[in-house]
Design a protein around this ligand. Structure first.
Ligand code: BGC
Length: 260
């Protein structure tokens, strides 16, 4: 992982429903362009997702960079990413399993791109510019969305692909299927009921890793005031600073660091 001197990069965040991207200032984490978005192709076939991603990349080249395509590109996906190969597909098409995604994205973009897990990328944004900026102790970020994503940091460094949304607690062998934000919506759980599901989750992470702080992120963190107090753990829990742009900003950071 070397560092380049780039001061801006394109960050792309691929999710289950939308693909979002923007040009990012790597010194401040601010967006230098409009946030561009296209729907994720139905079924999430990797080739179609790459084509949809290219629509965003081309738009940024043309409209925000005066045709300059020589800017680093970082992309995040909701899957395990090992050395550029996607290794899981909890909430996306199974075609992503063992797909040489970085090579395929790099070919489409015409330069080597960085590829990372979405929660890892979002965590990077919080550690570089957000609520965990400057923290060197142990930080576990959790993203509560369609699934539960996690990113673990110590000394400001990421331990990638932690995938702690899938831990087994009691009779729930894949805990995100019981406690994600999507499950809360589907089952129309009151925040108190959801909190009663999240408490054993955070307690388990606490017992395993003794983190110094938890960060809660994901769209629902906008309503943190309504549910955070229902999560009964000793470790302090803070709300992410970046709401919708964490994945974009974190992906852009990794692009400039030759993330593999
Ligand atoms: C996936 C993770 C992802 C998380 C959030 C989980 O189902 O396994 O890779 O980070 O969802 O999107």
């Amino acid at each position: 992982m070397g560092k380049s001197r780039a001061t801006k990069a394109i960050g792309i965040d691929i999710g289950g429903t939308g693909i979002k991207g923007a040009l990012v200032d790597l010194r401040t984490g601010e967006l230098l362009s409009k946030r561009r978005k296209v729907p994720t192709p139905v079924g999430g076939d990797p080739r179609e997702v790459i084509e949809a991603t290219m629509e965003i990349v081309r738009k940024i080249w043309d409209k925000d960079l005066d045709g300059d395509s020589d800017v680093p590109v970082g992309i995040s996906v909701p899957a395990i990413v090992k050395h550029g190969v996607t290794r899981s597909a909890a909430n996306i098409s199974p075609l992503w399993i063992d797909f040489a995604a970085r090579a395929a994205f790099s070919e489409a973009v015409g330069r080597e791109v960085a590829l990372a897990n979405d929660a890892d990328a979002a965590g990077i944004a919080e550690v570089r510019f957000g609520v965990a900026h400057g923290r060197l102790d142990s930080v576990i970020m959790t993203t509560l969305g369609t699934g539960i994503g996690t990113a673990m940091f110590y000394g400001g460094h990421l331990f990638p692909n932690s995938e702690l949304g899938h831990i087994s607690i009691g009779e729930h062998s894949d805990y995100e299927k019981f406690a994600s934000s999507k499950v809360r919506e589907r089952e129309e759980l009151a925040f108190a009921e959801w909190g009663a599901r999240l408490t054993p989750y955070y307690r388990q992470l606490e017992a395993l890793f003794s983190p110094d702080v938890f960060i809660v992120s994901g769209g629902i963190s906008k309503q943190a005031d309504e549910f955070l107090h229902y999560i009964d753990v000793e470790t302090p829990i803070v709300v992410a600073e970046f709401m919708n742009n964490a994945g974009i900003v974190g992906s852009a950071c990794l692009a400039a660091e030759h993330w593999v």
